[in-house]
Design a protein around this ligand. Structure first.
Ligand SMILES: [Zn+2]
Length: 388
């Protein structure tokens, strides 16, 4: 009997829809929730188990015994039908996680779907439908690794934060058009860590926040995406919402430690934390800095941007070096391993091979004009020479 059921289950998981995880799309699921009726990957099965058996009863497709009733319920539902039930009202701005995305995104997607059932009606999506949000987040101090509670408010076209609960004037007003948010749990060593980046006084500014509740941090993340989408839909009325969604927030392409040397032969290599954010390559003294020390706009290859292994003639070599040439100067960097050099060079090369979009020119202009206004500021602006 159970052998027959095992065979039925192993046939069922091969069917279209069931052959990828119901929650993250990972191929060849090895688990299932027998009461919900969905097939799951190992990671999502772990999150399902944490919901408790009153929400989801997790079984292994291969290792557990399946009775007739359980197999019948899997046959009756399956991934396609479950999606039609649990995902009917997923808002356009909602970022549906893929395998490998930050754990908090995946966990909250699974909790929102099955535990809170947020997508079965719009009533439970006030964080989206209100079109505004206010609350306290823990914010990292600019120059030290301490977090303090700060009031944050998003409404209409900006995100504001206040130094004190009763402050009248915000400490900063960030236009949403300038703001990028990305989940940064590993770097911040905070499961619910969020990095906000925007242009401020001629430089990119990074702010690091978290909330002890994963549900709350994801609500902030999605609310920012939702308000940005509403704003873009007004600005570009002829463009479909789904075409605007890729522009709401973007994860950094790659980040990590590299060593960098200056333009002079005498310059030493210094360790810097590099971030590639779309077409902007930034370097910092540390991973959690408020400001980059320099920012390099990456243009299109035909406009004299290129990348190659090694160092230019006369320049000191170091570990696994590579050189980035822009119309104005060559930047020399080195990666700690061969593998990391390949990853960085490939990531930068992909950007150089992509033609510029109108918004890329805006970002180039923002960096270029910032250089003029901030020449005497505390940052090192020489690197922006490449932008003019
Ligand atoms: Zn999964």
């Amino acid at each position: 009997m159970s052998d027959r059921n095992s065979r039925r289950i192993s046939e069922l998981v091969k069917q279209s829809g069931n052959n990828e995880c119901a929650d993250c799309g990972y191929q060849n699921p090895e688990w299932a929730s027998c009461n919900i009726g969905v097939f799951l990957c190992t990671t999502c099965a772990t999150w399902h188990r944490r919901l408790g058996t009153h929400v989801s009863k997790v079984k292994s497709l291969k290792l557990d015994k399946w009775d007739d009733e359980q197999v019948e319920s899997m046959e009756a539902v399956g991934n396609i039908q479950a999606k039609q039930k649990y995902e009917v009202h997923v808002p356009a701005c909602y970022r549906i996680p893929k395998a490998g995305d930050p754990p908090v995104l995946l966990e909250q997607w699974i909790r929102a779907k099955y535990e809170r059932q947020e997508f079965m009606s719009v009533d439970k999506q006030t964080y989206i439908t209100n079109n505004s949000m206010e609350g306290t987040l823990m914010k990292k101090a600019r120059d030290e690794n301490k977090y303090f509670p700060r009031k944050f408010v998003i409404s209409d076209k900006s995100l504001k934060y206040y130094s004190k609960e009763n402050s009248k004037e915000p400490k900063a007003t960030i236009p949403l058009s300038e703001l990028n948010v990305c989940l940064a749990p590993a770097k911040m060593n905070q499961d619910n860590g969020l990095q906000l980046s925007y242009m401020c006084d001629g430089s990119t500014r990074h702010i690091y926040v978290y909330h002890e509740s994963g549900e709350t941090i994801i609500q902030w993340y999605m609310a920012i995406r939702s308000i940005k989408l509403n704003w873009l839909m007004v600005a570009y009325p002829s463009v479909a919402a789904e075409e605007l969604v890729p522009y709401l927030t973007n994860d950094f392409v790659i980040e990590g430690w590299l060593s960098k040397t200056g333009p002079s032969e005498r310059d030493a290599y210094r360790k810097r934390w590099f971030i590639l954010d779309d077409r902007k390559l930034m370097y910092h003294e540390g991973p959690m800095d408020a400001y980059p020390r320099g920012e390099i706009f990456l243009g299109y290859k035909d406009d004299n941007y290129s990348i190659q292994e090694g160092v230019p003639r006369g320049c000191k070599d170091h570990d696994f070096s590579f050189s980035l040439t822009t119309p104005e100067r060559t930047f020399v960097m080195s990666a700690p391993t061969l593998d990391e050099r390949s990853r960085w060079m490939q990531a930068i090369n992909t950007v150089l091979e992509r033609t510029l979009r109108p918004q890329d020119n805006q970002s180039k202009m923002a960096l270029a004009s910032s250089r003029k206004s901030a020449r005497n500021s505390r940052h090192s602006w020489f690197s922006l020479g490449s932008l003019v």
